[in-house]
Design a protein around this ligand. Sequence first.
Ligand code: ADP
Length: 234
Amino acid sequence: MTLVTRQLKKAARVILIGAPGVGKGTQTERLLTRFPELASISSGDLLRENVRRKTSLGLKAETAMQAGNLVPDSLILDLISSEFKSKGWLAKSPGASISPTASFILDGFPRTSVQASSLDTLVPINFVVHLVTPPSIILSRIASRWVHEPSGRVYNTDFNAPKVPGKDDITGEPLTQREDDSLETWTQRLHKFEETSRALLEHYDRKGCLWRAEGNTSDEISPKLFAEIENRFC
Ligand code: ADP
């Protein structure tokens, strides 16, 4: 694939919302390549970094994260605003507004409509993408996923099959399916996403910046997403 990049003429402040398994990470990576001015800010990465460095924020977040719970909204908001400040996008003074050139994709934040409301007061998001793939497609994709556990190599019998069925291409060792890739676990995960994302989607729909990108694969979604961003920001 030839590498085509596009320059943004207007600041893009983007959020991707999508069910687990929909390929949010894939789209983020592709957007960063296509639009070099975009930076990705991941709340999970920032939190893990704070935990590793044992900052006071990290120490406060650690218990919740280990228990698999969301960390308190105020902590996350502090985290994000200090990241904006350290990038030079937000002045230190309270009530300061975001640099007019800051372009970014937020990953993992906001997760709730409460977080979205507080983010509105800090940084006005101007493009929210709802990535949609039918749950039946996501589930069948998961069911076709096989891994070589020692190396982490992942195969998919539908579009990235191993050369020899059931065997790793490099070592020839057996492939397995992850226990947490079971149909039941994934059905539950998708269900939970439906529930928790509803208010978030409504929040941005009311603001008029929600846009839906639907497709059965990441390759189907990317061109639509590129075109829409080029339309709006290039
Ligand atoms: P996952 O996709 O497994 O939830 P992340 O890397 O996005 O992984 O986040 C890891 C953990 O960090 C979450 O389980 C949660 O405890 C915390 N976290 C990340 N983002 C948020 C957020 N927006 N609000 C509250 N907690 C968050």
